[in-house]
Design a protein around this ligand. Structure first.
Ligand code: SIN
Ligand code: FE2
Length: 220
Protein backbone atom coordinates (compact mmCIF):
# COMPACT_ATOMS: atom_id res chain seq x y z
CA UNK A 1 0.00 0.00 0.00
CA UNK A 2 1.29 3.50 -0.71
CA UNK A 3 0.09 6.94 0.31
CA UNK A 4 1.24 8.77 -2.78
CA UNK A 5 -2.39 9.58 -3.53
CA UNK A 6 -2.60 11.61 -0.33
CA UNK A 7 0.66 13.37 -1.20
CA UNK A 8 -1.03 14.83 -4.25
CA UNK A 9 -3.66 16.58 -2.15
CA UNK A 10 -2.65 19.74 -0.31
CA UNK A 11 -3.68 19.49 3.36
CA UNK A 12 -6.75 21.57 4.13
CA UNK A 13 -6.40 23.10 7.61
CA UNK A 14 -10.18 22.84 8.05
CA UNK A 15 -10.20 19.08 7.50
CA UNK A 16 -11.02 17.12 10.64
CA UNK A 17 -8.09 15.01 11.85
CA UNK A 18 -7.98 11.66 10.01
CA UNK A 19 -6.10 8.52 10.74
CA UNK A 20 -4.52 6.01 8.44
CA UNK A 21 -3.34 2.52 9.23
CA UNK A 22 0.28 2.15 8.08
CA UNK A 23 0.69 -1.48 9.06
CA UNK A 24 -0.62 -3.73 11.86
CA UNK A 25 -0.04 -1.75 15.08
CA UNK A 26 1.03 1.42 13.26
CA UNK A 27 -1.03 4.52 12.48
CA UNK A 28 -0.63 8.04 11.17
CA UNK A 29 -2.90 10.45 13.07
CA UNK A 30 -3.25 13.31 10.62
CA UNK A 31 -3.21 16.75 12.24
CA UNK A 32 -3.42 15.33 15.76
CA UNK A 33 -0.91 17.88 17.14
CA UNK A 34 -1.70 20.73 14.77
CA UNK A 35 -3.68 22.82 17.22
CA UNK A 36 -1.01 22.55 19.91
CA UNK A 37 1.81 23.17 17.40
CA UNK A 38 2.80 26.70 18.42
CA UNK A 39 2.73 25.83 22.11
CA UNK A 40 4.74 22.66 21.54
CA UNK A 41 7.37 24.64 19.64
CA UNK A 42 7.59 27.23 22.42
CA UNK A 43 8.22 24.38 24.85
CA UNK A 44 10.94 23.00 22.53
CA UNK A 45 12.68 26.39 22.73
CA UNK A 46 12.57 26.25 26.51
CA UNK A 47 13.98 22.72 26.59
CA UNK A 48 16.78 23.64 24.19
CA UNK A 49 17.66 26.69 26.31
CA UNK A 50 18.49 24.21 29.09
CA UNK A 51 19.94 21.36 27.01
CA UNK A 52 21.03 22.73 23.62
CA UNK A 53 20.66 20.93 20.28
CA UNK A 54 23.84 19.13 19.30
CA UNK A 55 25.08 16.82 16.56
CA UNK A 56 25.85 13.49 18.18
CA UNK A 57 28.67 11.23 17.03
CA UNK A 58 27.73 7.69 16.03
CA UNK A 59 29.65 4.70 17.39
CA UNK A 60 31.26 4.56 13.94
CA UNK A 61 32.63 8.10 14.39
CA UNK A 62 30.23 9.94 12.04
CA UNK A 63 28.57 13.22 13.01
CA UNK A 64 24.78 12.91 12.70
CA UNK A 65 23.17 15.48 10.42
CA UNK A 66 20.09 15.65 12.67
CA UNK A 67 20.59 17.90 15.70
CA UNK A 68 19.20 16.41 18.92
CA UNK A 69 18.27 17.19 22.48
CA UNK A 70 15.99 15.51 25.02
CA UNK A 71 13.60 16.11 27.86
CA UNK A 72 12.18 13.76 30.44
CA UNK A 73 13.73 11.39 32.95
CA UNK A 74 16.19 10.00 30.44
CA UNK A 75 17.59 11.11 27.10
CA UNK A 76 18.88 9.20 24.09
CA UNK A 77 22.54 9.80 23.39
CA UNK A 78 25.17 8.41 21.09
CA UNK A 79 28.94 8.57 21.22
CA UNK A 80 31.88 6.40 20.25
CA UNK A 81 30.99 3.88 22.95
CA UNK A 82 27.46 3.27 21.58
CA UNK A 83 23.84 4.34 21.97
CA UNK A 84 22.19 4.61 25.38
CA UNK A 85 19.60 6.36 27.51
CA UNK A 86 21.16 8.59 30.13
CA UNK A 87 19.53 10.53 32.99
CA UNK A 88 22.22 13.18 32.63
CA UNK A 89 22.91 15.35 29.59
CA UNK A 90 26.58 14.61 28.85
CA UNK A 91 27.03 18.15 27.52
CA UNK A 92 25.62 20.13 30.46
CA UNK A 93 26.36 17.37 33.01
CA UNK A 94 22.93 18.07 34.48
CA UNK A 95 19.66 16.13 34.29
CA UNK A 96 17.69 16.72 31.09
CA UNK A 97 14.94 19.36 31.32
CA UNK A 98 11.66 17.93 32.65
CA UNK A 99 9.11 16.73 30.13
CA UNK A 100 6.52 19.52 29.73
CA UNK A 101 3.03 18.39 30.80
CA UNK A 102 1.73 19.37 27.36
CA UNK A 103 4.16 16.89 25.77
CA UNK A 104 3.15 14.09 28.11
CA UNK A 105 -0.57 14.64 27.60
CA UNK A 106 -0.24 14.79 23.83
CA UNK A 107 1.84 11.59 23.72
CA UNK A 108 -0.58 9.71 25.98
CA UNK A 109 -3.61 10.91 24.00
CA UNK A 110 -2.04 10.02 20.65
CA UNK A 111 -1.04 6.57 21.90
CA UNK A 112 -4.57 5.97 23.20
CA UNK A 113 -6.07 7.14 19.88
CA UNK A 114 -3.92 4.55 18.13
CA UNK A 115 -4.97 1.77 20.48
CA UNK A 116 -2.20 1.97 23.11
CA UNK A 117 -4.02 3.15 26.24
CA UNK A 118 -1.82 3.60 29.31
CA UNK A 119 1.34 4.70 27.49
CA UNK A 120 3.65 6.37 30.03
CA UNK A 121 6.67 7.89 28.27
CA UNK A 122 9.76 8.65 30.34
CA UNK A 123 11.84 10.08 27.47
CA UNK A 124 11.32 12.55 24.66
CA UNK A 125 13.99 12.83 22.00
CA UNK A 126 13.77 16.10 20.05
CA UNK A 127 15.18 16.03 16.52
CA UNK A 128 15.88 19.14 14.46
CA UNK A 129 16.18 18.91 10.67
CA UNK A 130 17.27 21.59 8.21
CA UNK A 131 16.90 21.24 4.42
CA UNK A 132 19.19 18.41 3.35
CA UNK A 133 19.14 16.70 6.76
CA UNK A 134 18.21 13.03 6.70
CA UNK A 135 17.92 10.14 9.12
CA UNK A 136 18.90 6.80 7.68
CA UNK A 137 16.84 3.65 8.16
CA UNK A 138 17.06 2.30 11.70
CA UNK A 139 15.07 0.47 14.35
CA UNK A 140 14.24 1.98 17.74
CA UNK A 141 15.59 -0.82 19.89
CA UNK A 142 17.44 0.75 22.80
CA UNK A 143 14.33 0.57 25.00
CA UNK A 144 14.01 -2.26 27.52
CA UNK A 145 10.25 -2.72 27.26
CA UNK A 146 9.31 -3.25 23.64
CA UNK A 147 5.62 -3.61 24.53
CA UNK A 148 5.29 0.19 24.71
CA UNK A 149 4.78 2.00 21.38
CA UNK A 150 6.74 4.87 19.87
CA UNK A 151 4.88 8.17 19.45
CA UNK A 152 6.42 10.55 16.92
CA UNK A 153 5.18 14.13 16.40
CA UNK A 154 6.04 16.19 13.30
CA UNK A 155 6.25 20.00 13.49
CA UNK A 156 7.26 22.64 10.96
CA UNK A 157 8.47 21.74 7.47
CA UNK A 158 6.99 18.56 5.95
CA UNK A 159 9.12 15.46 5.54
CA UNK A 160 9.03 12.12 3.78
CA UNK A 161 8.94 9.36 6.40
CA UNK A 162 10.44 6.11 5.19
CA UNK A 163 8.43 3.22 6.57
CA UNK A 164 10.14 -0.08 5.90
CA UNK A 165 9.69 -3.57 7.24
CA UNK A 166 11.17 -5.82 9.88
CA UNK A 167 14.23 -6.47 7.71
CA UNK A 168 16.64 -3.70 6.80
CA UNK A 169 16.45 -4.69 3.14
CA UNK A 170 12.63 -4.29 2.98
CA UNK A 171 11.88 -1.47 0.59
CA UNK A 172 10.29 1.45 2.47
CA UNK A 173 6.97 3.12 1.72
CA UNK A 174 7.21 6.93 1.50
CA UNK A 175 4.75 8.71 3.79
CA UNK A 176 4.45 12.50 3.71
CA UNK A 177 4.33 13.93 7.23
CA UNK A 178 3.11 17.50 7.65
CA UNK A 179 3.04 19.87 10.61
CA UNK A 180 0.89 18.32 13.34
CA UNK A 181 0.91 14.74 12.04
CA UNK A 182 1.62 12.05 14.63
CA UNK A 183 2.84 8.53 13.87
CA UNK A 184 2.37 5.78 16.46
CA UNK A 185 3.90 2.34 16.03
CA UNK A 186 4.04 -0.63 18.35
CA UNK A 187 2.99 -4.26 18.69
CA UNK A 188 3.87 -6.16 15.52
CA UNK A 189 5.34 -2.96 14.02
CA UNK A 190 7.46 -1.98 17.02
CA UNK A 191 10.76 -2.94 15.39
CA UNK A 192 9.99 -1.75 11.86
CA UNK A 193 12.90 0.03 10.14
CA UNK A 194 12.16 3.71 9.52
CA UNK A 195 13.91 6.94 8.63
CA UNK A 196 13.54 10.39 7.09
CA UNK A 197 14.45 11.25 3.48
CA UNK A 198 16.60 14.36 2.97
CA UNK A 199 14.44 17.33 3.99
CA UNK A 200 13.32 19.53 1.10
CA UNK A 201 13.91 23.27 1.14
CA UNK A 202 10.94 25.24 2.48
CA UNK A 203 9.68 27.97 4.73
CA UNK A 204 7.16 27.15 7.44
CA UNK A 205 5.12 29.86 9.18
CA UNK A 206 6.13 28.61 12.65
CA UNK A 207 9.63 27.18 12.16
CA UNK A 208 11.08 28.77 9.01
CA UNK A 209 13.59 26.35 7.46
CA UNK A 210 13.28 23.71 10.17
CA UNK A 211 11.45 20.53 10.92
CA UNK A 212 11.15 19.48 14.55
CA UNK A 213 10.27 15.93 15.56
CA UNK A 214 9.36 14.79 19.05
CA UNK A 215 9.78 11.07 19.71
CA UNK A 216 8.23 9.75 22.91
CA UNK A 217 9.36 6.48 24.38
CA UNK A 218 9.09 4.34 27.44
CA UNK A 219 12.69 3.33 27.90
CA UNK A 220 12.34 0.83 30.75
C1 SIN B 1 13.20 8.96 14.61
O1 SIN B 1 13.07 7.93 13.98
O2 SIN B 1 13.81 8.98 15.68
C2 SIN B 1 12.63 10.26 14.11
C3 SIN B 1 11.68 10.15 12.98
C4 SIN B 1 11.21 11.51 12.55
O3 SIN B 1 11.99 12.49 12.59
O4 SIN B 1 10.05 11.63 12.13
FE1 FE2 C 1 13.52 6.15 15.16
Amino acid sequence: MTFDLFDALPPDPDDPPRSEVLAPGAMVLRGFAREAGAELLAAVSEVSAGSPFRHLITPGGLRMSVAMTNCGERGWVSDRTGYRYDAVDPETERPWPAMPQLFRTLAEDAAAAAGYAGFAPDACLINRYLPGTRLSLHQDRDELDLRAPIVSVSLGLPAVFLWGGLRRADRPTRVRLAHGDVVVWGGPSRLVFHGIAPLAEGDHALTGRERINLTFRKTR
